[in-house]
Write a protein that binds this ligand. Structure first.
Ligand code: MTE
Ligand code: MO
Length: 257
């Protein structure tokens, strides 16, 4: 009985946040900018995160599917073709010169090529992607567990979050997409930096050459076009300080499904 009550509260908190996020997209700016609404959203988010963490043990897995469950079409969403000149130059050479920077609060900063990443142990998973805009699709992803890379660089004692810096500037603003997760998700076995979708190298549409999969959260957490992985103590200094491009515009930071 108690669990039921908690689930209802969790669903309520999540739905009200999703409605608020849709409202933001639809341009209901005045409402979402009022301090009381912002405070309400923040307290609801804290509630959602605490309740989800209490309900689900730290290592709970997102559901995995079979090959036959894969969606015939996987939609591309958000940026599907970055216009940035530096990205286009990398893409033109098949990402030969691309390197993943791994730095910040690490013991041994690294620069990894696609070849380096492909030589590391990989994980393949067939999962469902849920976008806050109301669509879901199932695909097979292959990549390096983020944990493997973190083990290689050595996590510094003060690191609390992992920030993903992306190549794509968002429309007009010049702000590049970014995201962040905590170590509960960063060390989770299903959190991978994927270089393949459905057994082929990631096309540009889906985030070539490398994109994050963080399967227990909504689609906007899954940064595409990842250029740099930075370990930080706080994400207050990035963007508008909320931990991600969409979070800076009102989405919740913890987007648990
Ligand atoms: N760099 C970058 N990452 C991004 C986005 C984006 O616009 N830029 N959009 C996000 C959103 S809202 C979703 S639903 C997924 C879409 O991934 P897909 O194009 O593979 O469907 O990417 C996420 N990651
Ligand atoms: Mo999304």
């Amino acid at each position: 009985m108690k669990i039921q009550v908690r689930l209802d509260r969790r669903q309520f908190a999540r739905r009200s946040l999703q409605l608020a996020a849709l409202c933001l997209l639809a341009g209901c700016n005045r409402l979402s900018r009022s301090p009381s609404v912002a405070a309400l959203l923040e307290s609801a988010e804290g509630l959602t995160r605490r309740v989800q963490r209490a309900l689900r043990p730290r290592r709970s897995m997102a559901r995995e599917f079979t090959e036959a469950d894969r969606s015939p079409v996987f939609p591309g969403n958000g940026t599907t073709s970055p216009e940035d000149a530096d990205y286009q130059a990398l893409a033109a050479s098949g990402f030969a010169a691309w390197r993943l920077e791994v730095d910040g609060l690490v013991e041994r900063p690294a620069r990894l090529s696609l070849g380096d990443l492909r030589r590391l142990p990989s994980r393949t998973q067939i999962t469902r992607h849920d976008c806050v805009e109301g669509w879901s699709a199932i695909a097979k992803w292959t990549g390096v567990p983020l944990r493997t890379i973190l083990d290689q660089v050595g996590v510094g004692p003060r690191a609390r979050y992992v920030v993903f810096h992306c190549a794509d500037s968002m429309d007009g603003t010049g702000d590049r997409y970014y995201e962040s997760i905590d170590f509960d998700d960063a060390l989770h076995p299903q959190t991978i930096l994927a270089y393949e979708i459905n057994d082929r190298p990631l096309p540009i549409e889906y985030g070539a050459p490398l994109r994050l999969r963080v399967e227990r959260q909504l689609g906007y957490k899954m940064a595409k076009y990842v250029m740099r992985v930075e370990l930080v103590e706080t994400f207050a200094a990035f963007g508008r300080g909320k931990g991600g491009y969409w979070e800076d515009r009102g989405y919740e930071w913890y987007a648990g499904i």
